[in-house]
Design a protein around this ligand. Structure first.
Ligand SMILES: C[S@@+](CC[C@H](N)C(=O)[O-])C[C@H]1O[C@@H](n2cnc3c(N)ncnc32)[C@H](O)[C@@H]1O
Length: 321
């Protein structure tokens, strides 16, 4: 999954004259802080250079994860088009770009971001976007009162930067602001999954319906040390490879998401929870079922159309019944 051409071009222009050694150092600091989930009261992207390192090394991957999560919403509700977006912890505007790619009909967006540097760069990247954008400065844990509800509310790769004790209030407020759907996206790590799971429990108790990825409202059937997550393969730009001393021209971004909605909808079928294991005339799928159970299921040619559907299904897809 590629960044939209206009975004990629502006990112390239912004990064053009940044000394590689500086970018590398900033990328390393950023990566260390994300990996260790450092919460020391400082924003990871307080400085321009840290935002530039994010653009070079993280933006394509978070964009791909968000875009895939929006696809899951679109698959579950093909007739739904949000007109308004409220994005919390917007960073350089990743969700904005992904949402416009998914729904070009979007009429406008409000973006809340605590870091002035990220906001400035996000505004610059989105300068050519044709609909009204309202970039707000603020801390999501205290500054949500002024905000208007939106049809789609999002927080991508943000919960991991917030002190855990503030998360229940934040989720409650985000749900209040969601006129229709709330989308949370987190890194596909065991701790990212636990945060999504806690939000899921809280949202269901508040009356939300899980739209994706879970095809049911039952307690999650996955138990540690296993965890639910998905992945997208993302091409690494030359600058990304240089900044990370990476040799492989791609990376697999692991992510987990939750889309919760006010509209009760029947799930179309089980969700594929792992890369399919295919052999000659057979495919083995790990599935999360509409009955709330996880299972491993072997499909063979004898299953006819069900086998054909199973053979086409990828990790993260819904397997239509
Ligand atoms: C990892 S970045 C994700 C950016 C973007 N959502 C994406 O998916 O690429 C997290 C963003 O959340 C912002 N952030 C962290 N804590 C915040 C808070 N309490 N209030 C508002 N923004 C916050 C950070 O400054 C950063 O820009």
């Amino acid at each position: 999954m590629e960044l939209p051409a206009q975004l990629r071009q502006t990112v390239d222009e912004l990064l053009e004259n940044t000394p590689l050694a500086d970018l590398k150092a900033a990328a390393k600091t950023l990566s260390d802080r994300y990996r260790t989930e450092t919460r020391d009261g400082r924003l990871h992207m307080a400085a321009d250079l840290a935002v530039k390192a994010y653009l070079a090394t993280r933006l394509p991957a978070t964009y791909a994860a968000v875009r895939a999560s929006l696809d899951a919403i679109g698959d579950a509700r093909p007739d739904w088009t949000p007109e308004s977006l409220l994005d919390i912890g917007a960073g350089p505007g990743t969700v904005l770009w992904a949402a416009f790619d998914a729904w070009p009909e979007l009429q406008g967006a409000t973006l809340l971001e605590a870091s002035a540097a990220a906001r400035r760069i996000g505004e610059r990247l989105a300068a050519g976007v044709a609909v009204p954008l309202d970039w707000r400065s603020g801390d999501a844990t205290i500054d949500l009162d002024e905000l208007q509800a939106a049809e789609l509310v999002t927080a991508a790769y943000v919960l991991d930067e917030i002190v855990p004790s503030s998360l229940p209030n934040l989720i409650e407020r985000l749900w209040q602001l969601s006129a229709d759907t709330l989308l949370l996206v987190e890194p596909g790590t065991p701790s990212g999954w636990r945060r999504i799971l806690a939000a899921r429990t809280q949202l269901i108790a508040a009356g939300a319906h899980v739209l994706a990825p879970c095809p049911h409202q039952q307690p999650c059937p996955i138990a540690a040390p296993d965890w639910c997550h998905f992945a997208r393969r993302v091409a690494r730009s030359r600058l990304h490879r240089l900044a990370k001393d990476a040799e492989v021209p791609w990376e697999d971004e692991k992510f987990i998401y939750l889309a919760a909605t006010r509209q009760p909808l029947a799930a179309a079928g089980p969700r594929v929870l792992a890369p399919p294991k295919a052999g000659s005339g057979k495919v083995d799928l790990k599935l999360c079922g509409t009955d709330g159970q996880a299972s491993q299921r072997l499909f063979t040619k004898r299953d006819g159309d069900a086998f054909k559907r199973a053979r086409r299904a990828g990790w993260g897809d819904t397997l239509a019944d």
